[in-house]
Design a protein around this ligand. Structure first.
Ligand SMILES: NC(=O)c1ccc[n+]([C@@H]2O[C@H](COP(=O)([O-])OP(=O)(O)OC[C@H]3O[C@@H](n4cnc5c(N)ncnc54)[C@H](O)[C@@H]3O)[C@@H](O)[C@H]2O)c1
Length: 261
């Protein structure tokens, strides 16, 4: 018996942490409903999960659009019979201060990074209740605690995810739905690669940047998406039955080192 046999998991984001999490949950026996905007990544995820023998429905979905999330939830439920787990990993990472960020960019960050969590909850929680409960994990960031300069919109969304996580946890605890967030430090994924290349750079030495980012973490390296996926899988599992309404940092000691409590 594997840890997610018989479970149905909706995952947003089909690269990086979302992909690693879908792999981990599928390896544990879960059927995967995946939503991502990157069609090439969706195709690669479909091919990989299909060839591993997993049950998977990977859909091109803009998770900031209500009708698309509603339809994706409905398609997943029709295919597999319900939803037990939701992992919200999709995000955009715009750079900018309040002055340099235009209103469309600000609103896009809010609706992709935070609005999508509301939408998967809005359409997904009634399905989880029909199954007798479940677990939601939202991917936040250390930037929700201690932000850098020039990421006003992104950091704001990550703080909002911490609050939405607590709110959902309180509202649905008695329905048997546990809701937690994880806050990673620097993790080797496409978002970090973009950061390594810089706002305008394309030919940066990405590995050198990763070493530099790693040095900022007390543990001396950046994290791997599989390490975050393992924490998410634990929080989704029955072993985490008393965990709800909390954030779990996975940051190589980064925030311990800068005194954020
Ligand atoms: N990698 C890091 O260092 C790091 C650190 C802290 C937090 N995070 C968080 O981890 C999560 C996953 O990011 P990642 O590191 O795996 O990077 P990533 O870029 O691989 O993942 C983000 C995914 O979101 C998808 N996406 C963006 N807009 C979308 C939309 N409108 N609809 C559907 N999908 C959309 C992208 O296509 C991509 O697959 C994000 O929430 C990110 O903020 C990452």
């Amino acid at each position: 018996m594997k840890d997610f046999d018989g479970k149905i998991a909706l995952v947003t984001g089909t690269t990086g942490i979302g992909l690693a999490t879908a792999r981990r949950l599928a390896a544990g026996g879960a059927a995967i409903i995946a939503c991502g905007i990157d069609r090439a990544a969706n195709a690669a995820m479909t091919a990989e999960l299909d060839s591993s023998g997993a049950e998977a429905l990977v859909m091109a979905v803009d998770v900031s659009v209500p009708d698309q999330v509603r339809d994706a939830v409905a398609a997943g439920v029709e295919r597999f019979g319900g939803i037990d787990i939701i992992v919200n990993s999709a995000a955009v990472h715009p750079y900018g201060t309040a002055v340099s960020t235009d209103f469309d960019t600000w609103n896009q960050a809010m609706s992709v990074n935070v609005g999508s969590i509301y939408l998967t909850a809005h359409f997904g929680i009634p399905e989880m209740i029909r199954r007798g409960g479940g677990a939601i994990v939202n991917v936040a960031s250390v930037q929700g605690f201690a932000c850098q300069q020039n990421v006003a919109a992104y950091a704001t969304t990550k703080g909002a995810i911490h609050t939405l996580t607590r709110s959902l946890a309180l509202d649905y605890a008695r329905a048997g739905i546990r809701v937690n967030s994880v806050s990673p430090g620097s993790i080797r994924t496409p978002i970090l690669e973009k950061a390594a290349r810089g706002e305008n750079g394309t030919d940066a030495d990405v590995e050198a940047a990763y070493r530099r980012f790693g040095e900022a973490h007390p543990i001396g390296r950046i994290g791997e998406p599989e390490e975050v996926a393992e924490l998410i899988a634990f929080l989704c599992s029955s072993k985490a039955g008393f965990c709800t309404g909390a954030d779990y940092r996975i940051d190589g000691g980064l925030t311990a080192g800068i005194g954020v409590k």
